[in-house]
Design a protein around this ligand. Structure first.
Ligand SMILES: Cc1cc2nc3c(=O)[nH]c(=O)nc-3n(C[C@H](O)[C@H](O)[C@H](O)COP(=O)(O)OP(=O)(O)OC[C@H]3O[C@@H](n4cnc5c(N)ncnc54)[C@H](O)[C@@H]3O)c2cc1C
Length: 305
């Protein structure tokens, strides 16, 4: 593996800067994470294709991230390349009842536009941070629904398959999981929207945002809900009933507002968050028999933490 050779070649092939040993704490909502060996933004499909070819030829592994709002990156970082999609993938247009958006589009901006135009179909997204690519990978949503329900099609690229157009109806959409994960880089998607009654659409979106503000701790860095809800139950309630609200490891704190949020209360490390997650899992299992499964994604090596 030659990170230096890859950095030099990527520097020539890409229009943006290639960062070496880039702290991932700068690219996650947790504000936690050691360095990525390489970090670069890709503009346009041609840069996606070139970057993946160069990385394969130099034997450097890679991953793609959005806004890092569902990510815990190890304190030791990631020894490969972290890729993000650049400005060209942030555009969106509304054509009839389809909202076509690049995968780097910020979901909140899509919601804002739907709000301004009185379009229904986006209430699943109200208050969810991150990009469309991240939302599609996670099948992000709320109790109002999830993105999978409104996907018409998704365009992906993988070195093995090239460009692929996948119908939303051909993807397995599960709770906080989608069959798109691991299939390549999501480049864009078309979502079904429809012109609704603007007053109803807007007041429902405002209500959802208000509810979120009162039920979730939005002041300190976090990655949202850490664990998936067990079938028919609530991870937050189980953690609360296990007496773990306010539990702390170093700078990581189980939110006193919403027990399924672990906050970075100042200077938390990935090891602190991981330690608290393990304590929660062991305690909840011992008290209720329920295995809590992480909703957040991990990047890097957590063996020693
Ligand atoms: C305060 C807060 C509240 C939240 N509330 C919710 C909520 O209500 N509902 C909910 O579902 N989530 C919620 N989340 C979690 C998170 O915002 C979502 O999972 C979001 O969709 C992740 O988007 P992202 O761009 O940040 O993805 P990242 O965290 O950067 O990545 C998540 C996954 O997507 C993959 N990925 C990202 N972009 C691409 C791409 N272009 N191609 C292929 N793979 C890609 C990454 O490799 C990774 O596996 C919350 C998070 C926070 C911080």
């Amino acid at each position: 593996m030659s990170v230096n050779a890859a950095a030099a070649r990527l520097g020539k092939a890409l229009s943006g800067a290639v960062h070496v040993q880039e702290p991932m704490a700068r690219h996650t909502t947790y504000r936690i994470g050691g360095p990525a060996a390489l970090f670069c933004a890709l503009e346009g499909v041609h840069e996606v294709v070139s970057a993946l070819r160069i990385l394969a030829e130099e034997g450097v592994r890679w991953t793609i991230v959005g806004k890092g709002s569902n990510l815990l990156v190890a304190d030791t970082g990631y020894d490969g390349a972290v890729l993000v999609l650049g400005r060209e993938f942030r555009r969106h247009v509304i054509e009839g009842d389809l909202l076509r958006a690049g995968a780097a589009s910020v979901v909140a901006h899509l919601v804002q536009d739907a709000f301004a135009r009185g379009l229904s179909g986006m209430s699943w997204a109200v208050g969810i941070p991150g990009t469309l690519g991240g939302a599609l990978t996670m099948n992000a949503g709320t109790r109002e629904g999830s993105v999978g329900a409104v996907v018409d099609s998704v365009t992906l690229y993988s070195p093995e398959q090239g460009l692929m157009l996948v119908r939303g109806s051909d993807v397995a959409w599960e709770y906080r999981r989608s069959g798109l994960a691991g299939r390549g880089i999501i480049l864009e998607a078309a979502l079904r929207v429809s012109v609704g009654d603007p007053v109803r659409v807007r007041s429902s979106m405002e209500r959802l945002l208000k509810e979120r503000k009162t039920s979730q701790p939005l002041g300190s860095p976090s990655a949202g809900s850490v664990f998936m809800n067990p079938e028919g139950g609530s991870a937050g309630r189980l953690i609360d009933e296990a007496g773990l609200k306010g539990a702390r490891r170093g700078g990581a704190l189980v939110s006193p507002v919403h027990a399924n949020f672990i906050m970075n209360d100042g200077g938390a490390t990935a090891a602190d968050v991981m330690d608290l997650m393990r304590t929660i899992q062991t305690t909840v299992k011992a008290k209720t028999g329920v295995d809590l499964r992480p909703e957040i994604r991990f990047l890097g090596d957590f063996e020693g933490s």
